[in-house]
Design a protein around this ligand. Structure first.
Ligand code: ADP
Length: 416
C-alpha cells in the first residue's frame, strides 16, 4: 500500500510517500519520494527527492499556500522526480494534525464531521490547523475520495491523569478547554516504541523520558506505553526553553507587561513565540549550532543561552523522573537531541544519581539510532532519529488494515 504523508507547517509543507506491504518493517524504510515547499509571500521554493536519487529544486509562483501545496502534489505523478504513474496508486493519505483537543485520542479517518470539528479546534492552534485543513482540501481536489487520516500530535498525551493535565487555575477553565494537551506526541510515541525494540524489552515494562529537542522542545514521561506527563501544555509554548520560544515564565511577567495596555496580546504573542528562547537571550541565533559556535568564541550571552537551555532541560528531566518514580531509559531525539553531543553531555552531567552514565566516546559519534550510555549503566541513554512522517505512515497502515483489511474505504469512512 502506498501512503502519502502531509506535514503542514505555517511557512512550509513537507510531504513523503512510503510503501508498506503485509507488515510494518522494524526499521523505517527510506521514503519513495520526499517533497518540501517553503514560501515567502507569493514565491515558493520547491525541493523534491525521489528514491532513485533524482532531485528537483525550483521556484514556483502560487497565488496561495493551498495552490503551492497542489503544485507540490502534482510532482508526485509528473516530471522527472515522479514516484507514481497516477494519483490512483495512492491508497491512503495521512496528515499530521497538531491539535486534536480533548476529542481525538487516536488516528482518525477524516470525514466532513471531523473536518468541521478540526476547524473548531483551530482557535487553539490557528496557524497549524488551518494549514492542515487546506492540505485535506487539496488532497480531495487532486486525489478524489481517497481515504484521509488525521494523526494527532496531542493524542499520545490524551491519557495523562487529571493531576497532570488540569491547570490549578479556576475550575471553570477545564470546561472552556483550557487544560494541558501536550504536543510532539507522534515522535514521543515513535521513540518510546523504538526504544523498547532497541532495548529488547516490553514497552509496558519501561519507564521512559523522551527529550524532543528541535526548534520546539518538549519532554514526555512515558509509562505503560503512554505519556503520563509532558512539558508542553495548552499551547506549545509551555515548558522548556526553545529556539525562539520562551517556554515557561512566571505569568506575573505577562500581566506586569500588559498592565495599562502597554503591550497588546499580539505583541505578547510575538515576544514569547518569536523573540525569546535561544534567540532572545543570545541575540545571535535560534540555531543551537550557532549558539555553541558563538559560545566557544567567548560570546557571553550565547553561553548564558546555552546554560539556561541545559539548566531547564536537566530540571525538566528531573521532574519527569519524579513523576515516573524512576526511569529505565532516557532518549534524545530531534535536531538538537540527535546532533548535539554538547547538549546531551551537559544535560546528563548531574544525572549520575539517577543511574545515568554517558559513554563520552559514543556520545561524540554521529550516525544511526544508538545507545550512548556505558555498558552496565542503570539507566540506558539512547539517541533516536525523529521519524515523524514514517510514524504517520505506520499509523495510517495500522488503521487502514484494522478497519478494512486494506480495502479502499472511502465509501464507508468512520471515526476510530
Ligand atoms: P524542527 O523542530 O523545526 O523540526 P529540528 O528537529 O530540525 O527542528 O531541529 C532544529 C534544531 O536542531 C536547531 O536548533 C539546530 O541548530 C539543531 N541542530 C541541528 N544540527 C545540529 C548540530 N549538529 N548540533 C547542534 N544542534 C543542531
Amino acid at each position: 500500500m502506498k501512503i502519502l504523508v502531509l506535514n503542514s507547517g505555517s511557512s512550509s509543507q513537507k510531504s513523503s510517500l512510503y510503501e508498506i506491504g503485509d507488515a510494518i518493517p522494524a526499521h523505517p524504510p527510506a521514503a519513495l519520494w520526499e517533497g518540501k515547499i517553503e514560501w515567502e509571500k507569493r514565491e515558493a521554493k520547491m525541493q523534491i527527492r525521489s528514491a532513485d536519487g533524482a532531485n528537483l529544486s525550483k521556484r514556483v509562483q502560487a497565488e496561495s499556500r493551498k495552490d503551492a501545496v497542489g503544485l507540490l502534489l502534482d510532482e508526485l505523478w509528473s516530471g522527472e522526480t515522479r514516484a507514481v504513474a497516477s494519483a490512483a496508486e495512492i491508497g491512503v493519505v495521512g496528515h499530521r494534525v497538531v491539535h486534536g483537543g480533548g476529542e481525538y485520542q487516536q488516528p482518525t479517518v477524516i470525514t466532513p464531521a471531523v473536518r468541521e470539528s478540526l476547524a473548531r479546534l483551530a482557535i487553539f492552534a490557528p496557524l497549524h490547523n488551518r494549514a492542515e485543513l487546506e492540505g485535506m482540501e487539496v488532497v480531495e481536489e487532486r486525489l478524489g475520495g481517497v481515504t484521509q487520516v488525521a494523526v494527532f500530535d496531542t493524542a499520545f498525551h490524551s491519557q495523562m491523569p487529571g493531576a497532570a493535565f488540569v491547570y490549578p487555575g479556576p475550575y471553570e477553565w477545564l470546561g472552556q478547554g483550557i487544560r494541558r494537551y501536550g504536543f510532539h506526541g507522534i515522535n514521543h510515541q515513535y521513540c518510546a516504541e523504538h526504544a523498547a525494540r532497541m532495548l529488547n524489552k516490553e514497552l509496558n515494562a519501561l519507564r521512559l523520558v523522551t527529550c524532543h529537542l528541535g526548534n520546539g522542545c518538549s519532554l514526555a514521561a512515558i509509562q505503560n506505553g503512554h505519556s503520563v506527563d509532558t512539558t508542553m501544555g495548552f499551547t506549545p509554548l509551555e515548558g522548556l526553553m526553545m529556539g525562539t520560544r520562551s517556554g515557561s515564565v512566571d505569568p506575573g511577567i505577562l500581566t506586569y507587561l500588559m498592565r495599562g495596555g502597554k503591550l497588546k496580546a499580539e505583541e505578547m504573542d510575538e515576544l514569547l513565540n518569536e523573540k525569546s528562547g535561544l534567540l532572545g537571550i543570545s541575540g545571535v541565533s535560534s540555531d543551537m549550532r550557532q549558539i555553541i559556535e558563538a559560545m566557544k568564541a567567548g560570546h557571553a550571552r550565547a553561553k548564558l543561552a546555552f546554560d539556561i537551555f541545559v539548566h531547564r532541560l536537566r530540571r525538566g528531566i528531573g521532574e519527569m523522573v519524579a513523576v515516573l518514580g524512576g526511569m529505565e531509559a532516557l532518549i534524545f531525539t530531534a535536531g538538537i537531541g540527535e546532533n548535539s553531543a554538547e547538549v546531551r553531555a551537559a544535560a546528563c552531567e548531574k544525572l549520575g544519581h539517577m543511574g545515568v552514565k554517558l559513554d563520552g566516546r559514543k556520545n561524540e559519534l554521529d550516525g544511526e539510532d544508538r545507545e550512548i550510555s556505558v555498558a552496565g549503566s542503570a539507566t540506558r541513554v539512547l539517541v533516536i532519529h525523529a521519524q515523524e512522517d514514517w510514524a504517520i505512515a505506520r499509523e495510517c497502515w495500522r488503521l487502514r488494515t484494522a478497519v478494512c483489511g486494506g480495502r479502499r474505504m472511502a465509501s464507508s469512512p468512520r471515526t476510530v
